[in-house]
Design a protein around this ligand. Structure first.
Ligand code: HEC
Length: 147
């Protein structure tokens, strides 16, 4: 995991605890143990793994000709995309734009699968997957190696 998180949320100039034990009031700045941007990033990683799960279900559904499963998993992708909060990303606008594009493609896949068109579903699945990789190319942290 690249160490690109610049703020630990801990200020180096917090006052030392007072020796007489009287100064036990805590600075509010010291309260959150996990900086908010770390939590947001972890949440995003969980969402990404759920995207893989749903993409796998879609692949299986397409391979088996089970468009009902394809539609359900594509609807899930739409929901997952809706939960992604990119506001902590330094390029939040771009990220939000890519996520919206991804979501639209997933929604279209759900509609096509619902209509029962297997071949159009194949094609639209690839459009969804390209939306994953387009965003990764632009937005994953530099030198991203996975884990
Ligand atoms: C809007 C942009 C965007 C889209 C769309 C997107 N990703 Fe990601 N993905 C990211 C970013 C950014 C990261 C790096 C997150 C981090 O570690 O900070 C990432 C990380 C991941 C990871 C690694 C998660 C981890 O545990 O570290 C996986 C797996 C992944 N994406 C899968 C997918 C799949 C599959 C799709 C499409 C079905 C997809 N992503 C669509 C932006 C996107």
């Amino acid at each position: 995991m690249p160490a690109d998180l610049t703020s630990s949320g801990i200020s180096p100039d917090q006052p030392a605890p007072s020796p007489d034990g009287a100064g036990t009031r805590r600075s509010p700045a010291a309260a959150p143990m996990v900086p908010p941007q770390d939590t947001a990033r972890l949440h995003l990683q969980v969402l990404m793994r759920r995207k893989v799960d749903q993409a796998e279900l879609i692949l299986r559904g397409l391979a088996e000709g089970d468009l009902n499963s394809v539609q359900k998993a594509a609807d899930e992708l739409v929901q997952i995309a809706a939960q992604a909060n990119w506001s902590v990303n330094p390029r939040a606008n771009l990220a939000t734009q890519y996520e919206a594009e991804f979501q639209q493609r997933a929604a279209l896949l759900a509609n096509i699968a619902r209509s029962g068109d297997l071949h159009a579903s194949y094609y639209q699945f690839l459009q969804v997957i390209f939306a994953c990789f387009n965003c990764h190319d632009q937005l994953r942290p530099a030198g991203y190696q996975g884990r």
